[in-house]
Design a protein around this ligand. Structure first.
Ligand code: 3H9
Length: 699
């Protein structure tokens, strides 16, 4: 019999336990094990009820994603679920941890479900570009009604045990999964509770069958932000089939939808991203057995936009922080902004009404750098110039306790130079958060030449604790994300001089799926920052300079590359900008030409990919998938395109290398020549993925 699924009999109750670490995913062995044990329990005359439960940290977390794209192995999940549903003896799923995807579908096949109070239940397949393919779209609407089913399936967000109880998804909240499941089974037998097969119970569909707008309104609300994605709409169609069709026909529709999505490029990209994110957390070059240093006190230096956002990230995770400023006035201003930010979120219903007070209660403001002396981790988020950073780190070296990890939130600067101002470079590294730091999930962890492995792991582990996605990168100008962005910015600027208007460039980039184009992004960040820095360095960029000379600093002045109506953040094309560009080009003796959307897309994407290849050559990123994670979580790269390096593999590296060589000549820009690594891979017909990828994501 199965090794990953076992069965015990306790006085008439069969306890079937799945034990397949790490997350009890439904591999072929687990499916077979459940089926065999349920069948055996049904056949055992001593057994009166069957409890399905899991060992380890969680109930079944879903289908085994590594099996997708490979030839299917029997038994099919639907057959396993049918065995539980058709059992003549009551079946009970006893849930702890997370019952997700196929895991919840198995539980929905049982006649009853109970869960511990911390459990979470959900159908998150949509986040992998899929729909629940084992009856979830048919049984969940029958269990909780179509409205909540749409939220859970189309939105992909799990619910807690209390909500599950309220909506009838579980029958009881229990203390321990196995013991609670067994006790509940005895209650079923003693009270002769009728076994309920969800497939037979259409009562919760009646309202939406009478008035379909209940369903369509719920779908409209959940798909508002689904631009470019296929799966949310396919999920909605499958739930629609539950409302419109008998169970078996709905199941067939669901199956068709699943089979289509599982081979789609979008789902492949989303599954790749799932494993890429987990791979990124594995740090190369750290001796086995290295442990992160314990962190119980955290201090953040600087209560500006970044420092405040970082402090909020800690408070959001329930971790107390000390926020340190040089003066009371700056501190009060920073604390005030955080307070307002929390209140605005609470007013929108984003967090509970008592959250602002609770979270602000975790942030202690203090004046003076000497207040870092008890901190185990110190994150500096002061003004982005080397002189200021060095001054702060010299002071931190004097005040911080031995062994404290000293992190800089620099977005460009050389972390080794910062470390060199201290007598403890082994404790220094970068933690580059992205703005707004309380929202954006990426944290580039910058490993200096002398950073100690345990200091590095400390930063990675604390980033995970505050719900960030950490990616370890090496020291270079702009690290991974901003260095690649700079390659794109250079091209977007050049395109203006060649004749493409800002709105055309931005439209191509947003149509691709990015949240914003480069010019709208410039307007949001403020054009004066770059202008000042160009002036300091004696560099010219005639169009951008002319905009700033005309007082067009971006959104904050109501005009930049675009104009903005009072109180609005929507960029509107401005004829004045058109004139300004024309005048500047005439002055420079340059002629505008028609630039095709195709050229814009290639010149926005390929130079970035080329820079990514250089980043790999220089070992600034350990794997191509790490670069993808940076772009997915730091810059809003569309998840269904997997990240720039994954996208490049899909386009074909040979094509990309050829186009880069072409543009290098056509636009007289040697920086566009393909990097040696890109050239080599292209010549060998290979992909970036061939260098080492999260291989689990079956193609
Ligand atoms: C589905 O069910 C389709 C069905 O409707 C229909 C089928 C016909 N498979 O995240 P962690 C690995 S689609 C394979 O770091 P946590 C993961 O790669 C599925 N492997 O832990 C990692 O490996 P490693 C629907 C999986 O505690 C390790 O487990 N289900 C799977 O932070 C630990 O993972 C989902 O989408 C899997 N399904 O979070 C749920 N899941 O250590 C996906 C995890 O080698 N999973 N692994 O890097 C999750 O959301 C989280 O893993 C979970 C635990 C919340 C469960």
């Amino acid at each position: 019999m199965s090794e990953v699924v076992t069965r015990e009999r306790h006085d008439g109750i069969a306890i079937v336990t799945v034990d397949s670490p790490p997350v009890n995913a439904l591999s072929a062995a687990v499916r077979r094990g459940i089926l065999e044990n349920v069948n055996a329990a049904v056949a055992d005359p001593e057994v009166q009820a069957i409890v399905l439960t899991c060992a380890g940290r969680t109930f079944i977390a879903g289908a085994d994603i590594t099996e997708f794209g490979k030839p299917p192995q029997p038994p099919a999940l639907n057959d396993v679920i049918a065995a539980l549903e058709n059992s003549p003896k009551p079946t009970i799923a006893a849930i702890h941890g997370t019952a997700l995807g196929g895991g919840l579908e198995v539980a929905l096949g049982c006649h009853f479900r109970v869960a511990v109070k911390e459990a979470k239940l959900g159908l998150p397949e949509v986040k992998l570009g899929l729909l629940p393919g084992a009856g979830g779209t048919q049984r969940l609407p029958r269990a909780v009604g179509p409205e909540l089913a749409v939220q859970m399936i189309v939105g992909g967000n799990p619910i807690g045990a209390a909500e599950a109880l309220k909506h009838g998804l579980i029958s009881e909240i229990v203390e321990g999964p196995a013991s609670g499941g067994e006790a509940f089974a005895r209650k079923v037998l003693a009270e002769k509770l009728p076994a309920r097969r969800l497939r037979d119970d259409d009562s919760k569909l009646a309202a939406a069958r009478a008035d379909r707008s209940i369903f369509t309104n719920a779908v409209a609300a959940m798909t508002k932000k689904a631009r470019g994605l296929e799966a949310p709409f396919a999920c909605a169609d499958a739930i629609g089939a539950a409302i419109d069709l008998p169970f078996e026909e709905g199941l067939k529709k669901e199956r068709e939808g699943f089979m289509k999505l599982v081979v789609s490029d979008q789902s492949k990209a989303q599954r790749y991203a799932f494993f890429a994110e987990r791979e990124a957390a594995k740090v190369d070059g750290v001796p086995d057995g290295t442990k992160p240093r314990p962190v119980s006190r955290v201090a953040i230096i600087g209560a500006g936009t970044m420092g405040g956002g970082i402090a909020m990230s800690f408070a959001n995770a329930g971790i107390p922080v000390t926020l340190i400023e040089t003066g009371k006035e700056q501190l009060d201003r920073g604390m005030g902004i955080m307070q307002k930010n929390y209140e605005a979120t609470a007013a929108r219903g984003g967090i509970p009404a008592d959250a602002p007070a609770k979270r602000m209660g975790l942030i202690t403001g203090m004046v003076g750098l000497d207040n870092v002396k008890d901190a185990d981790l110190i994150i500096e988020a002061v003004f982005e110039t080397m002189a200021v950073k060095k001054e702060v780190f010299t002071a931190l070296d004097a005040y911080a306790k031995p062994g404290a990890v000293l992190a800089s939130n620099t977005s460009y600067l050389n972390v080794d130079d910062i470390a060199a101002t201290t007598k403890r470079p082994q404790d220094v590294l970068g933690m580059h958060f992205f703005s707004p730091a309380n929202v954006m999930k990426l944290c580039e962890i910058v490993r200096g030449a002398k950073t100690a492995p345990d200091a590095l792991l400390t930063a990675v582990s604390i980033a995970k604790k505050i719900a960030k996605v950490p990616v370890v990168v090496g020291v270079c100008d702009g690290f991974v994300g901003n260095r690649m962005l700079a390659a794109r910015s250079k091209q977007s600027e050049k395109l203006l001089f060649e004749g493409a208007p800002p709105q055309q460039v931005d439209a191509v980039v947003t149509k691709f799926g990015m949240p914003m184009g480069p010019f709208a992004m410039g307007d949001l960040a403020g054009l004066d920052i770059g202008w000042r820095s160009r002036k300091d360095r004696g560099i010219k960029s005639e169009i951008a300079d002319a905009l700033c000379e005309a007082g067009r600093f971006g959104q904050k002045t109501g005009k930049g590359y675009y104009k903005y109506e009072a109180g609005s953040r929507s960029p509107l094309p401005d004829p004045e900008v058109e004139t300004l560009i024309n005048d500047t080009l005439t002055k420079l003796g340059l002629k505008r030409r028609e630039v095709s959307d195709e050229e814009i897309l290639e010149r926005m994407m390929y130079p970035m990919i080329n820079e990514g290849a250089r980043i790999l050559e220089e070992n600034i990123a350990a794997r191509p998938s790490d670069i993808d994670v940076v772009w997915l979580y730091g810059y809003g790269w569309p998840i269904y395109r997997g990240g720039p390096m994954h996208y490049a593999d899909g386009v074909g590296l040979k094509h990309i290398a050829e186009r880069l060589s072409y543009y290098a000549k056509a636009t007289n820009d040697p920086s566009l020549e393909p990097s040696p690594l890109l050239k080599k891979l292209a010549a060998e017909g290979k992909t970036f993925a061939s260098l080492g990828q999260p291989n689990k994501a079956a193609a």
